[in-house]
Design a protein around this ligand. Structure first.
Ligand SMILES: C[S@@+](CC[C@H](N)C(=O)[O-])C[C@H]1O[C@@H](n2cnc3c(N)ncnc32)[C@H](O)[C@@H]1O
Length: 270
């Protein structure tokens, strides 16, 4: 069993370096999530790994531990309604004002979210006569592991089955030996980059649409406040923010107003 001091230090490490708040008495969770790393780094017990983490600045060990503790759960068109709002309520308006629409998928995991956005844009573009608007998506995540999967754009049967209609699967993927590869016309719209939401975003520039979904759930209120304020600074008035279904952004910042549509709600920068 992890002792109280090791647990407290590990909790502090996680909250400082990636925002994750473990809470009380989650020793079992820590042991079970880290147990897979023991062989890889030749440790006998989880406690040895935690102590090495304290002593060693090894970036590989740190990032593998963070990866093991965070959840990368995602799917295509997750929750459906944000992508419907994007298609019917956001893109038509923005396309009248802009020649280039900039999107940020701020915790993109293995790429399903930004690629779903690119598919929505392709479908909307096909029915929108002027075709003078371009879309650029920056997709970021803390984890190099998921970014590698996202960049490769190859998905196995199980992940392809989660959220994709048979038509989209047919239209946007090519069968390859080890799964289904996203087509280049979707892939080239998305640029992947490593970014920790605990760091500054000032260098990223401004965005018209931001997706920051299902990542801040386990962060402290103070960290959420800082992150939502940081995101708001990268958005001009009128830009749109999509968050996870259970995230109450108004408790942390007043930078956004809630816009209700027949398909659901989205936040807009005041
Ligand atoms: C549950 S997934 C959500 C993926 C996608 N947004 C969705 O809703 O399906 C959460 C992602 O957040 C990433 N993450 C966790 N902490 C982070 C941080 N401090 N900065 C950036 N990304 C982080 C994880 O690596 C993971 O890929």
């Amino acid at each position: 069993m992890i002792d109280a001091q090791d647990y407290a230090e590990f909790s502090r490490f996680l909250s400082e370096c990636c925002g994750l708040v473990l809470g009380e008495n989650r020793q079992y969770l820590v042991s079970s999530r880290l147990s897979r790393l023991l062989d890889e780094f030749s440790f006998e017990k989880v406690e040895d790994l935690l102590r090495a983490l304290r002593r060693s600045p090894d970036p590989l060990l740190r990032s593998r531990v963070i990866d093991a503790m965070t959840t990368n759960e995602t799917s295509w068109f997750r929750d459906v309604y944000p992508f419907e709002i994007l298609r019917h309520d956001v893109l038509p308006g923005l396309s009248k004002e802009k020649k280039a629409v900039k999107v940020w998928s701020a915790a993109c995991s293995s790429g399903q979210e930004p690629y779903s956005i690119a598919m929505v844009f392709a479908e909307w573009e096909a029915t929108y006569p002027p075709k003078t608007v371009s879309l650029n998506i920056l997709a970021t995540d803390l984890s190099e592991g998921v970014l590698q999967e996202a960049r490769a754009g190859i998905y196995d049967e199980l992940s392809i089955a989660r959220g994709l209609s048979p038509e989209r699967r047919q239209r946007y993927f090519d069968a390859v030996e080890n799964g289904h590869r996203i087509k280049p016309e979707i892939q080239r719209r998305v640029r992947f980059q490593r970014l920790n939401l605990m760091d500054s975003y000032a260098a990223l520039g401004k965005f018209d649409i931001v997706f920051c979904r299902n990542v801040l759930i386990y962060f402290s209120a103070e960290t959420k406040r800082r992150i939502f304020d940081g995101i708001a600074r990268q958005m001009d008035r009128g830009a749109y923010l999509f968050v996870g279904a259970s995230e109450a952004v108004s408790s942390y910042t007043d930078a956004f107003e809630m816009i209700r549509t027949p398909r659901g709600s989205v936040l807009r920068r005041r």
